[in-house]
Structure formats: structure tokens, C-alpha cells
Ligand binder design. Structure first.
Ligand SMILES: [Zn+2]
Ligand SMILES: [Zn+2]
Length: 243
């Protein structure tokens, strides 16, 4: 019994030592990443410095993830910067300098969370990789944002709806012409916004295929930038006149 207690006590001590060693190792890693020398005795980083090192590491990881992204489609996407008030000290993830001020110190991309100075935002490349956690909606969401967030070639709504339509609707008369009940179409839209790729649009839930075609057409109608973009619209009109 006595020896067991002694062993337990010893085990606890070892755990404490292990923990402090781990903490120390992390500190050293941060210091190396930041290029700071940590002294042998009690060399713990000043907390704001530690925060900076952390933000630098996360930024490096983000940039590494972008270059080694297995997204072969390689669309360019501009960041969606909005003025942001940061709590606590923050450093620009572009120039690595401090963001001065108490309010509106910089801008944050609402799609990927990149934090930079307002002046730096003009120089950041169009390499935004949206974070699925930040993309709340599927409908009314910019096309590039959605395909980049899901890492797909086409918006997943289009793929899922077409798969369903081709599986059970090809013999239905007036496909894509006949409209389904608006309320049910709105239901499908809500299901996609809520459940994403897991949305259930099977025949059990929506037996009428015109609801699915309606939901697909609504997706295109709701795009903030149409498939034929505003920039290219006049070129398409000019091309049509040539015929
Ligand atoms: Zn972004
Ligand atoms: Zn900056």
C-alpha cells in the first residue's frame, strides 16, 4: 500500500516535469519561429510577443496551405475585407507590423479571417481561401467563394440537384419549364443553407421533381454576380450581334 502511494506521488511529479518540459519546448519553438533567443534560465516570452509569434505561425501555415492546396481548379479570389476592431494586440499578417489604435485598427477578411492593415489590404494577393465555418449561406453566396470553400469545380448545389434530376426526372414532362410550389422550393433552399452537402432532397421528402429544378433555377437567380458577369455582359451582347 505504502509503495503504491509512493509510486503514485512519483508519477504525479513526473507528469508536472513533463508538462513544464512541453511548455518550454513550445516556447522555444515560438522563439525560433520568431527569431528570438530565449535565455537558458526562465526564458519565457513576453505574452504579446508570444501572441505575435502565434499569429505569424498561423499566417505561415495559412500561406503554406494555400501553396500546397490540392485545389487544381486554381480560381483567384479577392479577400472580402471589412474594417475590424481587434481586441488585444494584433499584428498585420501581411507586413508583420503592429496594428496601432484602439478601434478600427485594421481590416479582416470575412471569408478567410486574414487580418491586415487597411493600407496593406491593397497589396495582398487574390489568394483568399474561404473557411467553411465563415460561409454561412449557400444561396446568395458568391460563386467563387462557394466553390473555393467546398474545393469543388462546380457549386455543390448544382451537382446535387442535377444528380437528383437525372436520377428520377428525365421522363417528367416539362422538366425545367413547369414550376414547383414556391414554398417547397424555399424549403429546399433553407435545407441547403442549413445542412450544406447533407441536405436531403430525395423523393421521400420532395416527390415532385419540379421542386428540385425550381431550387436549381433559384440558385442561379440568387447569385450576387450572375453566371454571365456584369463585366462580360456587354461582350456577350456584342458577340450575339455578330451572328
Ligand atoms: Zn480572405
Ligand atoms: Zn500591414
Amino acid at each position: 500500500m505504502f509503495s503504491e502511494e509512493l509510486w503514485l506521488e512519483n508519477e504525479k511529479k513526473c507528469a508536472v516535469v513533463r508538462k513544464s518540459k512541453q511548455g518550454r519546448k513550445r516556447q522555444e519553438l515560438l522563439a525560433v519561429a520568431f527569431g528570438v533567443k530565449v535565455g537558458v534560465k526562465g526564458g519565457f516570452l513576453w505574452p504579446p510577443l508570444k501572441l505575435f509569434a502565434c499569429s505569424q505561425i498561423s499566417s505561415l501555415v495559412r500561406r503554406a496551405a494555400l501553396t500546397h492546396n490540392d485545389n487544381h481548379f486554381n480560381y483567384e479570389k479577392t479577400h472580402n475585407f471589412k474594417v475590424h476592431t481587434f481586441r488585444g494586440p494584433h499584428w498585420c499578417e501581411y507586413c508583420a507590423n503592429f496594428m496601432w489604435g484602439l478601434i478600427a485598427q485594421g481590416v479582416r477578411c470575412s471569408d478567410c479571417g486574414l487580418n491586415v492593415h487597411k493600407q496593406c489590404s491593397k497589396h495582398v494577393p487574390n489568394d483568399c481561401q474561404p473557411d467553411l465555418k465563415r460561409i454561412k449561406k449557400v444561396y446568395c453566396c458568391d460563386l467563387t467563394t462557394l466553390v473555393k470553400a467546398h474545393n469543388t469545380q462546380r457549386p455543390m448545389v448544382v451537382d446535387i440537384c442535377i444528380r437528383e434530376i437525372e436520377a428520377r426526372g428525365l421522363k417528367s414532362e416539362g422538366l425545367y419549364r413547369v414550376s414547383g410550389f414556391t414554398e417547397h422550393i424555399e424549403d429546399v433552399k433553407m435545407a441547403f443553407d442549413r445542412d450544406g452537402e447533407k441536405a436531403d432532397i430525395s423523393a421521400n421528402v420532395y416527390p415532385d421533381i419540379n421542386i428540385i429544378t425550381g431550387a436549381l433555377k433559384l440558385y442561379f437567380r440568387d447569385l450576387p454576380i450572375p453566371v454571365i458577369t456584369y463585366d462580360t455582359y456587354s461582350k456577350f451582347i456584342d458577340a450575339a450581334r455578330l451572328l
